[in-house]
Design a protein around this ligand. Structure first.
Ligand code: GUN
Ligand code: ZN
Length: 433
């Protein structure tokens, strides 16, 4: 009988735990290693010599020269419809939404447009090595239908939701508490848990939902305990002031979501820049994760995220691109900016911490540890084959690197889609340079 095993041979690099807490003890590097893949999953790993001796005679073998295999990147906050208005000039959050995001999102009333952008969006994710993302659609259910259909056809692990928004936005983008509830419920019933797709209840942010709508979100979370909750918090100072006016009875911004019963494991809030002590404690207590989106925070001038402080206090932090306020689909470039955001606060992030934030931390934020985010037998074979010598400058820099950390750090600072040699999802090649 023919075996369907696939063996990928290269250097292997992943994290067994959090290097922000455990340092290099949590870094797992296997020079000249091999992953054995079958049925979409990693079934064994070890040295190339051992794996070939054990399985080589009955498997397809791919040998990579001077490449590093890492887990597929996990983007914990991104907007599908904003793909086409990335790099919009000159505004901060509230005017940026009005001038750029809302008019673009109106186009997603048209299913064909949503489908076309979904294909482009998934191509971008995969050519940047991102194999799982937590995705905002638009208010239109068809935006999420189109996205899930495209992701399903490619066999990807993706999480998405229709935006719920019943005030303070253009009429064309508004639902009501009841309509948002019904449309979300229908999408959950149709898509949540189908293949590798999951649903996220997605109120845009507190200013665009009435308390009635947030209550409808809570009802959905009670009815479907394993769906996700995905929204924004404390990104911009003017936004925070507005939330105080709109929700005078809540203690603070995070308190609005807490009062509505929306915070728990599998809740992901983007940004969290201007949080007070109570809010940070509340995130820990409720096991709510924060998606740190540095390219966005710098681009629309939102502020500097206190990653080290939140992490050391026990908040689960992962990384997001926040396309289209974010300026790159690349998690390498996103880490580049995260590094600089920490430099501006007198903190250092190592390359290993950067890789953690883009892989295992994302899996933890999404409650998917053991499923994705590591090169571990039992995990799904969502992987990236990195080329650390993708450009002449990178070749030169590599020749002058003495340690694994120096090499990886240079790769993460200088690298982008040119370094993503190949991407695998569920053991299938889904992108190749
Ligand atoms: N807050 C509410 N909506 C958005 C959005 O689309 N992008 C960002 N960056 N922040 C938001
Ligand atoms: Zn966002």
């Amino acid at each position: 009988m023919q075996s369907n095993k696939l063996i990928l041979c290269a250097d292997l690099l992943d994290l067994t735990d959090d290097p922000l807490r455990f340092g290099e003890d949590s870094v797992r590097f296997q020079a000249e290693g091999a992953l054995v893949i079958e049925g979409g999953k990693i079934v064994d790993r070890g040295t190339k010599a051992d794996m070939l001796a054990r399985y080589g005679s009955s498997a397809t073998v791919k040998e990579y020269e001077n490449k590093i295999i890492v887990p597929g990147f996990i983007d914990t906050h991104i907007h599908l419809p904003q793909t086409e208005m990335i790099a919009a000039y000159g505004e901060q959050l509230l005017t940026w939404l009005k001038e750029y995001a809302f008019p673009t999102e109106m186009k997603f009333a048209d299913y064909d447009h949503a489908k076309q952008v979904s294909e482009i969006f998934l191509n971008e994710l995969l050519r940047n090595g991102t194999t799982t993302a937590l995705v905002f659609g638009t208010v239109h259910p068809q935006s999420v239908e189109a996205f899930f259909e495209s992701a399903q056809a490619r066999g990807l692990r993706m999480i998405a939701g229709k935006v719920m928004m019943d005030r303070n936005c253009p009429d064309e983008l508004q639902d009501t508490a009841e309509q948002g509830y019904q449309e979300t419920k229908a999408l959950i019933e149709k898509w949540h848990g189908v293949d590798r797709l999951s649903y996220a209840v997605t109120p845009r942010f507190a200013p665009t939902s009435t308390p009635e709508q947030l209550n409808a979100c809570q009802k959905l979370l009670q009815e479907y305990p394993d769906v996700y909750m995905h929204t924004h918090t404390s990104e911009n100072v003017a936004e925070c002031e507005w939330v105080k006016e709109l929700y005078p009875n809540s203690q603070d911004y995070v308190g609005v979501y807490e009062d509505a019963g929306l915070l728990r494991k599998r809740s992901v809030l983007a940004h969290g820049i201007h949080l007070n002590d109570r809010e940070i404690d509340c995130l820990c207590r409720t096991e709510t994760a924060i998606a740190h989106c540095p390219t966005s925070n710098l681009f629309i001038g939102s502020g500097l995220f206190r990653l080290k402080e939140l992490h050391s206090r026990g908040v689960q932090v992962a990384m997001g691109t926040d396309i289209g306020a974010g300026t790159s689909f690349s998690m390498l470039q996103t880490f580049n900016e995260a590094y600089k955001v920490q430099q501006l606060q007198g903190n250092r992030l190592t390359a290993f911490e950067g890789l953690y934030l883009s892989t295992l931390a994302g899996a933890r934020a999404l409650d998917l540890e053991g499923v994705i985010g590591q090169l571990e037998p039992g995990c799904e074979a969502d992987l990236v084959v990195l080329d650390p010598e993708a450009t002449p400058l990178m070749q030169l820099r590599l020749q002058n690197s003495n340690s694994l950390h120096e090499k990886l750090f240079a790769l993460m600072m200088l690298g982008d889609d040119r370094c993503i040699f190949q991407t695998y999802s569920f053991g299938q090649l889904v992108h190749s340079i």
